[in-house]
Design a protein. Sequence first.
Length: 437
Amino acid sequence: MRHLRAAAAIALAVSVAAGVTGCGGGTSSDGGSNASPRTLTYWASNQGPSVEADKKILTPELKKFEEETGIKVKLEVVPWADLLNRILAATTSGQGPDVLNIGNTWSASLQATGALLPWDDANFEAIGGRDRFIDSAVASAGKEGEPPAAVPLYSLSYALYYNKKMFADAGITAPPATWDQLVKDGKKLSKDGRWALGAEGSNLSNNIHQTFVLGQQHGADFFDKDGRADFTSDGAVAAVKQYVDFMAKDRIIAPGNAEYAQNQSLTDFAKGRTAMVLWQAAATTFAAQGMKPEDWGVAPVPVPAGAPGAGERTNSMVAGINIAVFKNTRNIDGAKKFVKFMTSDEEQKILCRTYGSIPPVKAAQSDPAFAAPELKVLRDTLATSAAPLPQVPDESQFETAVGTAVKELFADAAAGTPVTTESVKARLEKAQQTMQQ
């Protein structure tokens, strides 16, 4: 239900933003002036294994910024479960931080509130220029044709992780490159209480990420060229059915995965209960759960045929975190200095290496740390075969409505209820009606 409230709050935020943008910014009265800022408030997203771990990672980096500029940064690491609702409350009240992290899929929705600083050419120039960033990352920072609402900070994409021993025991010599091969291999792997593929059937965002990619492969965007919901096209229906059929028809996902929503699929993989999982930058999680790097391999997400590429061979959404500035901050110049610092070549190397993400800054990607096999797959995917989720104001509602439809279909599959083209279309019709209310 939290997701439904969040989606509704975005619509509310859009309607009231014009009335609050003149209010004070996020810093307290001792924050100094725009000409001479003394403090900035920064809401960081929880990127590491815990909030406390993030504080330990970020605090020495923020100290560097203070030493360089004289500006002290008040850090708060906000858990993902709370972040969107915290941001929406700030957009409606006008009382938020100076700088904040946002999930890149929220960019267009938050852009529509008018609460975030637009990154026009002049603002990009203040941080070194737009051309420092990879194009796919900037494309996930706001609606096409408008100045982005944020700046790329950490980039991610999906990959197929596989258990080498389970593959060898099943006589499989290479990871699947196509979905037909994944299903074929999956039936060999799904035996003796173990399963081929992990999923998170109750994780709405993950449902969207997977079905969006399959939708691209089926020629469906889920929105038309005018930004209106289009969930019931043949391609959209086929994409959702293909994903749910991994459990319902192919039987390579355990029925219990219908209830997963909190990274349980990663635990199952690390414990040898499943042989494959589709995920973003999972290495640090596997290590924390006792897996050694030699225990697992990584490959591009499968495609219908051939090798990954654009269009029908797209195999990931452009995942990642953006950094944004509240437009009504008292310290806008200091905030832009902070964004410049966080996206500098050196900080990008340090932070992305620590978090296992890909730098969206081109120059930082040359660091040897990002040539490791896992990161090379993620980096190449971002560069050649990833597409941004629809950058439309209704994107957050889309995640809720279609993500819930997929969740309900997984529940049907787990209960043994047939999942047919007609039942998939009916769920998606309901989701589209929800969007139109």
